[in-house]
Design a binder for this molecule. Structure first.
Ligand SMILES: NC(=O)c1ccc[n+]([C@@H]2O[C@H](COP(=O)([O-])OP(=O)(O)OC[C@H]3O[C@@H](n4cnc5c(N)ncnc54)[C@H](OP(=O)(O)O)[C@@H]3O)[C@@H](O)[C@H]2O)c1
Length: 311
């Protein structure tokens, strides 16, 4: 039997991880199910109220009680703009919380699969970022996420850091849901058109993390390292918004399509600075897992279809 602990299980990626997992149980539960490769999997998926990763004692207690063989950390402080004035909270979760998990993992010689962000880069490069490019975050959120990466790397635990970008999905708040709401309220929208990146579905991130987990349990090996993963192809927030409206209108989710005006980052000031170039080079993960990178337009269709079914 293998035991897997998921933290941040109520977030966008956390919920997708749970949806795609073989079984879900509460802290005291004991449901079990066979995974695809015949192993029995016991999953403990904790929301922030069930396991606050900033509480070292609580992390230790859950680890002692559950004795996981692998941790997937989907918990994070993700309020990018608020982090500029809530730096302590951002670091408490994104650095110290990760360290709490990493120290327990090191002691138990188990891996941590962790998620990080394109915001560890300053966006000044004019080609997609590789894992080997130097980091230089320009926001508190980005700096706190980088500090978490470093805490995990220096802990001595086996680890995998998946840097991703522009996450969207069925659960939680995200750009897709904001655009659908605004389309119902306004005829014209001004959307930033000079930041380049790639929207990435929470479902495809979860699928990729589960691939690594299966590989680890199948081979007993995990090559610690940083991997870039985003959906393809690259676009801008303006391009993403336009596609959301085209698809949503086409399937009857919207009664009308708003006019989408492109504006510059300078015309839409935010407390936290965003990288102009958020593009991630995904060659390494493609080779390692032998996967095709999903197209975000296809992922968007699936998300919109689910939202339509739920409405
Ligand atoms: N969203 C993006 O566009 C984006 C882009 C690049 C990378 N990422 C990274 O992808 C990962 C997943 O992001 P997401 O979009 O799924 O974020 P999300 O929807 O905000 O989910 C984060 C989850 O972490 C939980 N959490 C916060 N503080 C916690 C704590 N102290 N202990 C335990 N859980 C805690 C939150 O719980 P509450 O709901 O109770 O607060 C929330 O359920 C994160 O590492 C994030 O940095 C996200």
């Amino acid at each position: 039997m293998v035991k897997i602990l998921i933290t941040g299980a109520n977030g966008q990626v956390g919920r997708s991880l749970v949806e795609q997992a073989p079984a879900t149980v509460s802290v005291s539960g004991s449901d079990r199910e066979k995974s695809g490769d015949g192993k029995i999997v016991q999953l403990l998926a904790c929301s922030s109220s069930e396991l606050d990763i900033t509480q070292a004692d609580r992390v230790k207690a859950v680890m002692e009680q559950f004795q996981p063989d692998l941790i997937i950390n989907a918990a994070a402080y993700t309020a990018v703009d608020k982090a500029e004035t809530e730096s302590d909270q951002a670091y408490a979760v994104n650095r110290d919380g990760v360290l709490n998990l990493a120290q327990e993992a090191k002691q138990r010689q188990i891996p941590v699969l962790h998620i990080s962000t394109d915001y560890v880069f300053d966006g000044e490069k004019d080609t997609p970022y590789k894992e080997t490019d130097s980091t230089s975050p320009e926001s508190v959120y980005g700096a706190s996420k980088l500090a978490g990466e470093q805490a995990l790397q220096q802990s001595g635990a086996l680890y995998l850091i998946l840097r991703t970008s522009w996450v969207f999905g069925v659960h939680g708040g995200n750009f897709v849901k904001t655009m659908l709401r605004l389309a119902g309220e306004r005829d014209t929208l001004s959307i930033v058109a000079d930041q380049q990146g790639a929207p990435t579905s929470a479902a495809s991130i979860a699928e990729t993390l589960w691939r690594f987990a299966r590989q680890y349990f199948g081979t007993g090996n995990l090559e610690s390292g940083v991997y870039h993963f985003s959906n393809q192809p690259e676009t801008t927030w303006h391009g993403f918004a336009t596609e959301i409206f085209t698809q949503a209108y086409g399937m009857g989710l919207l009664e009308k399509q708003p006019v989408v005006q492109g504006i510059t980052t300078a015309e839409y000031p935010t407390p936290a600075k965003r990288p102009l170039n958020s593009r991630l080079d995904c060659t390494k993960i493609q080779r390692t897992l032998s996967i095709e990178i999903p197209q975000w337009q296809d992922e968007l269709s699936r998300v919109l279809a689910k939202l339509q079914n739920e409405s």
